[in-house]
Design a protein around this ligand. Structure first.
Ligand code: 5AD
Ligand code: SF4
Length: 465
């Protein structure tokens, strides 16, 4: 390699991309690259792109217009800046990116990031490089582990990819095309990664995958292992205090996974379970492989296992053919399911997916429905937060708070909690009494020692239940 040594990575979209961005930074760290926060300083600039919604490719091209100016400026200063496009737009667009944006030196798909150092070396040699293969080897086997230093900088709550890709083919979704078939990592690889993270101070691990509860890895003996098996195994690691997983498909909520929500104390009472729509007709057209009543029955079973669980979901409004009645069913399922919160999006046709060729709903109807749905979700979110006032629960402190003297952490239900407490408590879990609910966070006070003790007693009672 030449003297290119500063790396800037911009990550778009989901946590999976954040994870991949970290792994790319780790791989390049081995080659002597240090991450910088200012794109103009970069010798290697990577845009790790997302293709899930909206005019994703167009946004990348306009960002590349800005990058072109940075590259020119670097050249004027006698520096060379290599520009790479990674992620799902790279996968979907491939060589087209080099044609439309000559500023780009390297295009690398999500399944090829383990080859990044070699690809960068080739690009540095002047070659225009495109790698969007789905290689037969498992990228996870070749990814660099994060250094302790990198882990510390990234904080006490970490993500670990356990599964990637999807075989469900919902008719609106581009994931099966950009991330490919579902692949699960072997359990021991994940355990090793979790042990390293715990050793570097990580206390909470969120297992991620596009269809995480379809996880089917193998254990040390070569037997098949489910997500529930994996969660139980990870709970044995000293230092790992909290476990979460996302994103799940309703079809894969097995009895043993639901039972883990009852029996596994370290598994947090939070479940993101996208339903997308409330009408059976739309669910069928989406190829979700379940109806509304089936979904409601699943969450009833989850609630029976863990009554205080916070449920969240994803919704798409204006899916092709969605009528006012169908949309009313969506509002109805939100109210019935009692989601703590939900993410909602206007349907956006993805090139190459079946729904893109169906009859589209007018933009004005989409906009109107989204506003209505978001108002209802916001109401439920505020009600959920307000109901927390006066309760006490354990908060994992992650970072300095908004105001001096405060630190911020997460409740078991993933709410942001601000507390007046010393910065040394970052990385610790402490009992907090919630005194106020703000628009986006809760505000709390460290519980008295007596309250902490009764909290611990309650937690123990729960684990034994
Ligand atoms: N249009 C709008 N929203 C989409 N999502 C996925 N594909 C599309 C699309 N084509 C949403 C789904 C999914 C979330 C990650 O993004 O709600 O759960
Ligand atoms: Fe996309 Fe999720 Fe459906 Fe898979 S299950 S196709 S990732 S929406």
């Amino acid at each position: 390699m030449t003297d290119t040594r500063r790396l800037y990575v911009k990550s778009y979209g989901c946590q999976m991309n954040v994870y991949d961005s970290h792994r790319m930074a780790d791989a390049m760290a081995r080659e002597g690259f240090a991450e910088v926060q200012a794109p103009e300083d970069a010798d290697l600039l990577i845009l790790n792109t997302c293709h899930i919604r909206e005019k994703a490719a167009e946004k990348v091209y306009s960002e590349l217009g800005r990058v072109r100016l940075l590259k020119r400026k670097a050249e004027a200063e006698g520096r060379r800046m290599l520009v790479a496009v990674a992620g799902c737009v790279a996968q979907a667009e491939g060589e087209e990116i080099l044609r439309r944006a000559p500023v780009v030196d390297l295009v690398v798909g999500p399944q090829s990031i383990h080859r990044l150092p070699a690809l960068v070396a080739r690009a540095a040699g002047g070659e225009a490089v495109v790698d969007t293969e789905f290689p037969p080897e498992d990228k996870f086997d070749h990814l660099a582990a994060p250094s302790r230093q990198a882990t510390r900088v990234r904080g006490v709550a970490a993500f670990v990819t356990v599964q990637e890709g999807c075989d469900k083919f919902c008719t609106f979704c581009v994931v099966p095309y950009t991330r490919g078939n579902e692949v699960s990592r072997p359990m021991e690889k994940i355990v090793e990664e979790a042990e390293r993270l715990a050793d570097a101070g990580v206390r909470e691990i969120t297992l991620i995958g596009q269809n995480v509860n379809a996880y089917h890895g193998i254990d040390r003996e070569g037997r098949s292992a489910s997500l529930a098996d994996l969660l139980w195994r990870l709970a044995d690691i000293d230092g790992v205090e909290r476990l979460r997983y996302t994103t799940s498909h309703p079809r894969d909520m097995t009895d043993e996974l639901i039972a883990a929500h009852r029996e596994l104390g370290k598994l947090m009472p939070y479940l993101h379970l996208p339903v997308q729509a409330g009408s059976d007709r739309v669910l069928a057209a989406m190829n979700r492989q379940h109806g509304r009543d089936e979904y409601l029955a699943i969450i009833e079973r989850v609630r029976a296992a863990r009554p205080d669980i916070a449920l969240t979901s994803d919704f798409i409004v204006g899916f092709p053919g969605e009528t006012d009645e169908d949309f009313a069913d969506t509002l109805d399922i939100v109210a019935r399911a009692g989601f703590a919160t939900a993410y909602s999006f206007k349907y956006s046709p993805r090139p190459g997916t079946p729904a893109a060729a169906m009859e589209q709903v007018p933009e004005a109807a989409k906009r109107e429905r989204l506003a209505q749905l978001q108002a209802l979700i916001e109401q439920q979110w505020q009600a959920f937060n307000t109901a927390c006032v006066g309760r006490s629960f354990d908060v994992l402190f992650e970072k300095p708070g908004k105001y001096d003297g405060q630190i911020a952490g997460r409740s078991p239900y993933l709410q942001q909690v601000q507390v007046t407490a010393p910065a040394e408590m970052i990385g610790e879990i402490a009992r907090v009494e919630i005194v106020r609910a703000g628009a986006n966070s809760l505000f709390g006070e460290l519980a008295s020692p007596a309250a902490r003790r009764s909290g611990i007693a309650a937690a123990v009672a729960m684990e034994g239940a």
